[in-house]
Design a protein around this ligand. Structure first.
Ligand SMILES: [Fe+2]
Length: 319
């Protein structure tokens, strides 16, 4: 295994494989950026305005995970993936060999990358970037306290939850097999698990969570949810409460997924899509050949939790 050392930890890289290493950032529009600022700051993200965009950060992490811009409606604008610098010429050659047309960067995008459309027409970028996906599994906390000590904080002293990083995004697609084929053949992502032609999860070959991007079938493209990593189930509960206290109570959780195994609580955003607190998602190390499965619907969604909202998988973005 080839490894490049950084000050913090070794950066995983699988030799001989051409694949993006990270979902670098997302970009979507909303009709009211101020509404977005209120929602995501309550969620625990750090918001930094820059050149007409509202950038989404997590506390103490240098990476820009995504941007929100103002537009006529909620719409996924583009998805950018990170690659190693010496792989970019090979990606360029691959796009040419596959006769995939290159496009200009979308207006406002700051790019050094290769741009093209995915099968649903969403602009995709492969760019040179730091590896923002993890090289080892996220830490998970299950903290108890010794006998004779009170474990819970008071309501007035409970901590404010701040996610540690973007975990993944889930997007709508018209055609799951076509999306899995495209993101596999072009970007080098690998299928982690699927449920027929309805749902699919993909990971990065250089070590990442069980999924950096997932797909759910719908009549058109769109952004279903952003998922943010927190260290414990307690943080998921605290986060759900801090959102409810500010009027963002609608959602789904607490529960545990089957595929990816993470604990979750989803909060419905002002546009009918979701933001997820996630903890303890499965990790696929750089040297692991994950055996993907095709799981029946009744054994692919959640192990336990309340019944999801009836319109949970409805693509409001596509009308
Ligand atoms: Fe998720």
């Amino acid at each position: 295994m080839t490894q490049i050392r950084s000050l913090a930890h070794p950066i995983a890289r699988r030799p001989g494989e051409l694949g993006v290493h990270s979902l670098d950032h997302f970009n979507f529009s909303v009709p009211d950026v101020e509404q977005a600022r209120m929602f995501y700051s309550t969620f625990g993200l750090e918001l930094k305005p820059e050149a007409g965009r509202l950038n989404l950060h997590t506390q103490g992490h240098p990476h820009r995970w995504g941007s929100v811009v103002e537009g006529p409606g909620k719409k996924l604008q583009f998805i950018s993936f990170g690659a190693f610098e010496d792989d970019l010429p090979r990606f360029r050659q691959r796009l040419e060999a596959m006769r995939i047309a290159r496009i200009d960067p979308p207006p406002g995008a700051q790019s050094n990358g290769l741009w093209f459309h995915d099968p649903d027409g969403t602009p995709i970028e492969i760019r040179v970037a730091e590896k923002s996906s993890l090289n080892e599994k996220s830490t998970f906390e299950a903290i108890s306290c010794p006998p004779g000590v009170a474990g819970a904080p008071g309501c007035s002293t409970k901590p404010f939850v701040r996610p540690r990083r973007l975990a993944h995004i889930l997007v709508f697609t018209r055609d799951i097999p076509k999306a899995v084929g495209f993101y596999g053949d072009v970007l080098g992502l690998r299928l982690s698990d699927r449920s027929g032609d309805m749902l699919a999860f993909m990971h990065a070959v250089h070590g990442s969570d069980h999924h950096v991007i997932a797909f759910v079938k719908a009549p058109g493209p769109g952004l279903h949810h952003l998922s943010w990593d927190v260290p414990s189930i307690n943080d998921i509960g605290l986060g759900a409460k801090q959102m409810a206290d500010k009027g963002f109570a609608a959602g789904w959780g607490l529960g545990r997924h089957v595929l990816g195994s993470n604990y979750f609580h989803y909060l419905r955003d002002p546009w009918g899509s979701y933001c997820e607190y996630s903890s303890d998602v499965d990790f696929i190390p750089v040297d692991c050949d994950w055996t993907s499965g095709d799981h029946p619907p009744e054994d692919s969604f959640y192990v336990w939790g309340p019944t999801p909202p009836a319109d949970f998988a409805f693509n409001h973005e596509a009308g």
